[in-house]
Ligand binder design. Structure first.
Ligand SMILES: Nc1ncnc2c1ncn2[C@@H]1O[C@H](COP(=O)(O)OP(=O)(O)OP(=O)(O)O)[C@@H](O)[C@H]1O
Ligand SMILES: [Mg+2]
Length: 304
């Protein structure tokens, strides 16, 4: 049986007239990367901060490493926290920030190793205000690692980062996972969740509307698979006379498939008819495709 490191049962959080988190339940196993996904205002940060012990809940039961974060005084030594919109004292350097955290958390980690890991070694003595947005974010990640935590809470760790810096953070997360860390990751980048997360929960308006592995979610909600062919009008004519439904999208022709096996039949048919086409691919919807539809459908239902 996997060991549960976080369990959330009927968690509810209200801010006067707003119910930010509306009775959610989920659990995270040791060594797992679990991702909370959802549009702006869905309640992700509220949930994460309640688990960190930074905010109090209205009701529900939560356990982090067996303890209630609202009451525990020792959990902070076992958790790594990268808050959304991380900031630090403006004229402090990464080295000073790390030294300060190391002292406060009575940690014994190798700070240079951590700085190298997040590719911030050459900025160790640059004041915080002179770091770029991505470098500030990397400092936040470095600080969350100082106490060699069992659980990491990463609230949008790659927001605003360029593609290379984002991949660097992905690699750090993969390394942490290999080391057996449990990670709660929130992100707006669906491909990031698809790549890193063992399981995801999709939140909307304070509720979890579905959860599972990224593959399970795509499997449950995807529409028809498509065969994408790069071809000209001759290919379109042949598809039409063969009775296939298709759509033109720029240089591509998109043919809806009832079953993935139909793709072989279509390609064989086009070869037999000596159709000229450059290439073809088979495309299943991504987590992002189904996410956008799931969240969009709920909003449409409510405005009807
Ligand atoms: N301190 C607060 N006081 C009042 N309302 C708040 C407070 N913090 C958050 N909220 C509200 O709670 C809801 C959920 O906010 P939360 O920050 O948890 O969303 P989120 O999913 O993290 O969004 P984002 O993707 O934009 O970070 C929003 O409607 C927000 O306006
Ligand atoms: Mg947030």
């Amino acid at each position: 049986m996997p060991e549960t490191v976080i369990s959330v049962t009927n968690l509810l959080k209200s801010y006067s007239d707003i119910t930010a988190v509306d009775g959610i339940s989920f659990s995270i196993n040791r060594g797992e990367v679990f991702s909370l996904l959802g549009p702006n205002g869905a309640g992700k940060t509220t949930t994460v901060e309640i688990l960190e012990g930074v905010r109090n809940r209205t009701s529900g039961d939560i356990r982090v490493l067996g303890e209630d974060p609202e009451k525990s005084r020792s959990l902070i030594f076992k958790l790594g926290i990268l808050p959304q919109d991380f900031s630090f004292i403006y004229n402090s350097t990464p080295k000073e920030a790390l030294d300060f955290y190391k002292g406060t958390l009575t940690a014994s980690s190798d700070l240079n190793e951590i700085l190298e890991m997040v590719e911030l070694g050459d900025k160790a003595t640059t004041p915080f205000q002179k770091l770029s947005g991505g470098q500030k974010q990397k400092l936040g990640l470095a600080l969350s690692l100082v106490n060699d935590p069992e659980i990491l809470f990463l609230d949008e760790p790659t927001s605003g980062l360029d593609p290379r810096a984002r991949r660097n953070i992905w690699n750090v997360i993969k390394t942490l996972k290999e080391k057996g860390k449990s990670i709660l990751l929130t992100t707006h980048y669906l491909e990031e969740a698809e790549l890193l997360a063992d399981r995801v929960a999709i939140m909307n308006k304070g509720k979890i509307i579905d959860s599972g592995t990224p593959m399970e979610i795509v499997e449950r909600h995807h529409e028809d698979d498509n065969l994408i062919i790069r071809g000209d009008g001759q290919v379109e004519n042949l598809l039409g006379s063969g009775g296939y439904q298709f759509q033109r999208e720029g240089p591509y022709i998109k043919v809806g498939l009832k079953s993935i096996r139909d793709a072989t039949e279509i390609i064989n048919y086009l070869y037999e008819k000596k159709a000229k086409f450059d290439d073809f691919t088979l495309k299943r919807e991504s987590l992002e495709d189904v996410f956008v539809r799931m969240v969009g459908e709920i909003e449409e239902d409510e405005t009807e």
